[in-house]
Design a protein around this ligand. Structure first.
Ligand code: ADP
Ligand code: SF4
Length: 688
């Protein structure tokens, strides 16, 4: 490494109390859906980050007591020494690759419903728990506070036995008891733990003091603190009480891990915060107040931005959850100056959605995420094919691009044929919609890599039919021809076509992608897909026509986006654009410039005048090429040995699903079909 190399600063070791991080790349705690339930998956995923060069690799929230039970969500757990073997698996796997292991000890207070343990939830005062369940948390008395401190101390002793190098005190995301005590909205106590800031900080200070004593110089104590509640004057604000807390506790922890609350603000999507460093305006003061190292996050993927943060004294560590999921080898790629190889996070929060669903983590950009153990996938390595092979991939959407890239990585001779004049398929179309420009990275990363490969040929403007495919003579064909949005109104709510008069202008998302939409309203957008797309289209059309009514059988706009932490913002955006929102309604007819909707729960038909009706309901897989090829193969006389349909042409879903499908097909290529069938993937089954 050259002496005056600007990136060298990112690879300086940094002391955190008694331990030393080998560089400035810090994987902050993040959920992963493995939790305590799937320890092998958890350990292998975290180990991959360590192998990729992260200096610190953290767990997710780690419940310290049965009164902090986040079931059915799969989080980490450290209730007693029976949890140690699973935790050791993680620390040892991380240590093997030279990284430090950190544990985010958490007592989740009224954020924990305790559905598994059936224990009472605990809170500063008696209040409803913050998940939708008819239960109130009990007000903590002094004994409860004393117990909480004892549980936290015990957890630190256990964490040391498990081999962790860094233990956390956690006051963030409105998800921990320490944070609930800090926040004046939740803490309305009248004793010495409530009221003034000094009083509200008391519990956190005690936890930090206890932690230092228990750590006893064997491991470092990190403090994760949300400097701003993002609730305006009702909560803590970074330039007022947030700063005051940092001043009061400045030298107590060995490391400050700072962010903003709640999770939807900490992990804000690119749709609502397109750039890097969205939190800097809130967190950049921290380093001026403490002499201890500071880590912060901001969906950082640009090495120059990272260098500037360290040089300007904003952060000591480049913190990352999502960029480390999207590219576990990000630090290594920067160390080797392979910036072009960085698989940049697109800020879509599909990773978050897996935690929301309680299943192992997945990622749009990185299809190997969460598959490190059960499928033994590595994000950077893929075994070469057993026999040299020639493959044709038809369609260059996310599925086709990923499949072609991985087949090329496996040393196949690959031809990628795309009907249109541009590569990217739906990614290109969707990323042109308001707020989704970062999604284009899914296409750009793969196209960039494919263009560098000597064994991949790309043909644009090449619509393939059975004849041209057979003529090309590739023995292995992958059909990634995508799907088409329905024009007949069939969707989740109605399995029958909608009665539409021929005078009605009906549009689908495919028309919108092609720029075919009216410049003036009124427009009705009907969303029976209930995912994200209709909300984005309504936003676009509201900006273009100024007159949009959004009708959906769902109870809110784009309900699926609650899994990506966006729903409130999506609906607020439409409200701010004066979009008329009608929920719990399905369409009953469309004729003569009028759409009729009915309440799902009976009666109350409404008529809506409109110049155009946009139907966002369901897609039809475009597998016609595969169907006719199958006919030809059955008839004999083609050189085709294998034929596979992938991505949306097989089963329409998320972009993440299409990428995964393309990746899976490339990985499984030339695998013994019996083996694929038998070992779909490894499973973690409790030993009895
Ligand atoms: P996926 O999400 O499964 O990748 P997309 O709809 O994003 O699907 O992409 C499908 C791509 O396939 C589009 O770019 C489309 O132009 C292309 N395509 C569809 N049919 C053909 C065909 N017969 N020949 C070549 N390309 C095709
Ligand atoms: Fe980033 Fe999306 Fe991957 Fe999450 S799922 S890490 S937000 S690309």
């Amino acid at each position: 490494m050259a002496k005056n190399d600007p990136y060298e600063i990112l690879f300086e070791p940094v002391r955190i109390g008694p331990v030393t991080a080998r560089n400035r790349f810090y994987q902050v705690p993040h959920c992963c859906g493995f939790g305590h339930i799937k320890p092998r998956g958890q350990a292998a995923m975290r180990a991959m980050k360590a192998a990729g060069g992260w200096a610190v690799v953290s767990t997710e929230e780690t419940e310290i007591h049965p009164t902090s039970d986040l079931s059915p969500y799969a989080e980490q757990r450290i209730w007693d020494d029976r949890d140690l073997p699973a935790l050791r698996l993680m620390t040892e796997s991380v240590h093997e690759h030279g990284a430090l292991a950190a544990v985010e000890l958490a007592h989740n207070g009224f954020h924990a419903a305790n559905l598994f343990t059936r224990m009472p939830s605990l809170a500063p005062v008696s209040m409803s728990i913050n998940t939708l369940y008819p239960k109130q948390a009990r007000a903590m008395d002094k004994r409860d506070i004393g117990n909480l401190r004892l549980w936290h101390r015990r957890a630190i002793r256990l964490a040391k036995q498990a081999g962790f190098d860094i233990v956390y005190v956690y006051a963030g995301h409105h998800m921990s008891t320490a944070h609930h005590f800090l926040n004046p909205v939740y803490n309305q106590r009248s004793d010495e733990y409530g009221g003034s800031l000094e009083n509200r900080v008391r519990l956190t200070r005690e936890l930090l003091d206890d932690a230092r004593e228990e750590a006893a110089g064997d491991c470092a104590v990190a403090f994760r603190f949300a400097v701003d509640d993002m609730e305006g004057p009702d909560g803590m604000q970074a330039d007022e009480e947030g700063r005051a807390v940092v001043e009061m506790l400045a030298e107590l922890p060995d490391l400050w891990d700072v962010n903003v609350a709640g999770w939807e603000n900490d992990s804000v999507t690119s749709r609502f915060e397109p750039g890097e460093g969205a939190q800097e305006a809130y967190t950049s003061f921290v380093k001026q107040v403490t002499s201890k190292p500071v880590v912060g996050v901001g969906r950082y993927t640009s090495p120059d931005h990272m260098v500037a943060l360290v040089r300007k004294g904003v952060l000591d560590f480049i913190g990352a959850a999502r960029p480390s999921i999207s590219d576990p080898f990000l630090p290594e790629k920067i160390r080797e100056r392979r910036f072009e190889d960085i698989r940049e996070c697109i800020g879509c929060n599909i990773c978050v959605s897996s935690d929301s669903h309680g299943v192992p983590i997945r990622c749009t950009q990185n299809p190997t995420m969460g598959e490190e153990w059960r499928r033994q996938w590595h994000p950077e390595l893929i075994p070469p094919v057993r026999e040299p092979a020639r493959a044709l991939v038809v369609g260059a959407g996310p599925a086709g691009l990923e499949c072609a890239l991985q087949l090329a990585n496996r040393n196949c001779e690959v031809t990628l044929a795309e009907a249109g004049g541009r590569l990217g398929g739906r990614v290109l179309s969707e990323s042109a919609l308001p707020g989704l420009s970062a999604w284009k990275r899914v296409r750009d990363f793969r196209v960039r890599k494919l263009e560098q490969m000597g064994n991949a040929e790309i043909y644009l403007e090449s619509p393939m039919d059975a004849g041209t495919v057979i003529e090309l003579g590739a023995p292995h064909v992958f059909v990634a021809t995508g799907a088409t949005w329905r024009r007949d109104g069939i969707g989740r709510t109605s399995r029958k076509p909608l009665a539409v008069d021929s005078s009605m202008a009906v549009l689908t998302p495919d028309d919108i992608f092609a720029g075919r939409y009216p410049s003036a309203g009124p427009v009705v957008v009907y969303d029976d897909d209930q995912c994200y797309l209709a909300g984005v289209i309504a936003e676009l059309l509201a900006e273009q026509t100024g007159d949009v009514t959004f009708i959906t059988p769902a109870g809110v706009v784009s309900p699926w986006t609650s899994y990506t932490l966006e729903q409130a913002r999506v609906q607020a955006r439409l409200v701010s654009l004066d979009v008329g929102i009608l929920t719990n309604r399905s369409l009953s007819g469309a004729a003569g410039g009028t759409v009729t909707s009915s309440c799902l729960f009976g009666g109350n038909d409404l008529a809506h005048e409109c110049a155009a009706l946009v139907l966002v309901t369901e897609r039809v897989p475009d597998d016609s090429l595969a169907v006719s090829l199958r006919g030809n193969i059955a008839g004999g006389g083609t050189a085709i040995e294998t034929l596979q349909v992938i991505g949306d042409a097989l089963a329409p879903g998320l972009i993440a699903d299409a990428v995964f499908s393309g990746h899976l097909a490339a990985r499984d290529f030339q695998r013994d079909p019996d083996e694929v069938e038998r070992e779909l993937y490894l499973r973690e089954i409790p030993a009895l």
